[in-house]
Design a protein around this ligand. Structure first.
Ligand code: COS
Length: 375
């Protein structure tokens, strides 16, 4: 068992860290406050290969692997969680198109996702009435000559207003998971209507919209009626991305609270001297390291093409739930100051909260884990 990173992984991690600390972190508070979609920063990430980390180089990707992707995601999320989720979904979309698309589809879209020609990619699975149960989706696709026309509504779509291309799921067969196919829809496609932007608790710089499809043209991606498996496989990988995001956010919260505990004096001494504070820091450090190990194990398994669905879900449950606890404790260490916008602790807590919900709730991850255990 080798816990050391390879030279490539270290290089990607350092590249992401340098860019995140120099070019993203100084903007993070304003991105949150002004709900600013970080176009320029995303282009900067693309220029560094970070929008398609695990996409083959022949398609414009960095081909640096899943562990490197996870490490890069941690670094970006540590600086700005809104930027990180946009990066996560774009990487996921690039991987889906590279894996399931025809040569023509992949060579058209992957290089544009990778080099920032597209500001982002989007993943449109959820609907107003189909969240944890995507098998009950109602959006339909009907064949019209050699084209497909989509009708229906999607919800909670990250980067939906800005994505150059989106992968969209729609019903092409009977009820349930077996009648679903996956489609590519390009930005500006006639019949694609961008809905309202959600006024969210956190990740306020990320774009989250509903989408309406009215006879909107889409191109089939992968097998007819084989779309549900594509979604599940993509989400398995996506769960590693969101684990990494949660770990990055919580790492920032913990580091900032440690620094504050050293500086802040009460009862004539730094509060870091008190066991009450030390135990909070010890719990957070331990829980975060466990999260990191679970996350990198799942990433390494995916990279080695070992089945990793259960491990990705275990990583997501632990990492995101622990990250919420870590961010909550960080606010506690900051005391009253932690409840104000003077420090980033409150933003970290708002940003991290959704990680136990999206890309499959904690409860959905437990379904996956329990089914694997009881099989
Ligand atoms: N990889 C490949 N195939 C998978 C899979 C995976 N990880 N998980 C399920 N499948 C396949 C199954 O093998 C099954 O195929 P067959 O019909 O050929 O046997 C098919 O998909 C249906 O699987 P299942 O019956 O397990 O589907 P369920 O409707 O019971 O759903 C859960 C299972 C709950 C795990 C799934 O619906 C889920 O992940 N929900 C959460 C969705 C989500 O994360 N939404 C967030 C969207 S992004 S914000």
């Amino acid at each position: 068992m080798d816990f050391d990173l390879t030279d490539t992984q270290k290089l990607v991690q350092q590249t992401a860290r340098d860019f995140a600390q120099k070019s993203i972190l100084p903007e993070a508070a304003a991105i949150d406050r002004e709900e600013r979609f970080p176009f320029e920063i995303l282009k900067g990430l693309a220029d560094l290969g970070l929008m398609a980390v695990n996409v083959p180089s022949e398609l414009g990707g960095a081909e640096a692997g899943v562990v490197a992707y996870s490490l890069a995601m941690m670094e970006v999320a540590r600086a700005c969680a809104s930027t990180a989720v946009t990066m996560a979904v774009t990487n996921m979309v690039g991987e889906v198109i590279a894996k399931f698309g025809t040569r023509e589809q992949a060579s058209k879209h992957c290089p544009r996702l990778a080099d920032g020609t597209y500001a982002a990619g989007a993943f449109a699975l959820s609907e107003p009435g189909a969240g944890s149960d995507p098998g009950s989706m109602r959006t339909t696709a009907t064949r019209n000559g050699d084209k497909w026309l989509l009708d229906g509504q999607k919800m909670w779509i990250t980067s939906g207003a800005h994505a150059g291309v989106m992968v969209v799921w729609a019903r092409t067969g009977g009820p349930g998971t077996a009648g679903i196919s996956c489609f590519l829809v390009e930005k500006g496609a006639p019949g694609l209507i961008i809905g309202k932007h959600e006024d969210k608790m956190g990740l306020r710089g990320s774009n989250t919209v509903s989408l309406t499809f009215e006879g909107c043209e889409g191109e089939l991606l992968g097998d007819l009626n084989g779309g549900f498996k594509i979604a599940m496989m993509a989400l398995d990988g996506g769960r590693i991305g969101i684990s990494s995001q949660a770990i990055g956010i919580a790492s920032a919260a913990l580091d900032e609270s440690i620094e504050y505990a050293r500086d802040r004096k009460q009862f004539d001494q730094p509060i870091a001297n008190f066991q009450a504070i030390q135990w909070m820091i010890a719990d957070s450090r331990t829980e975060l390291d466990a999260a990191r190990l679970l996350c990198l194990r799942a990433a390494s398994m995916k990279e080695r093409s070992v089945p990793f669905s259960r491990e990705a879900s275990m990583s997501k449950v632990w990492s995101t739930e622990a990250a919420v606890r870590v961010c909550n404790r960080a606010v506690q260490v900051f005391g009253g100051y932690g409840y104000t916008r003077e420090f980033a602790a409150e933003r970290h807590l708002r940003d991290v909260r959704v990680t136990t919900i999206y890309e499959g709730t904690t409860q959905v991850q437990k379904i996956v884990i329990a089914r694997a255990a009881l099989k």
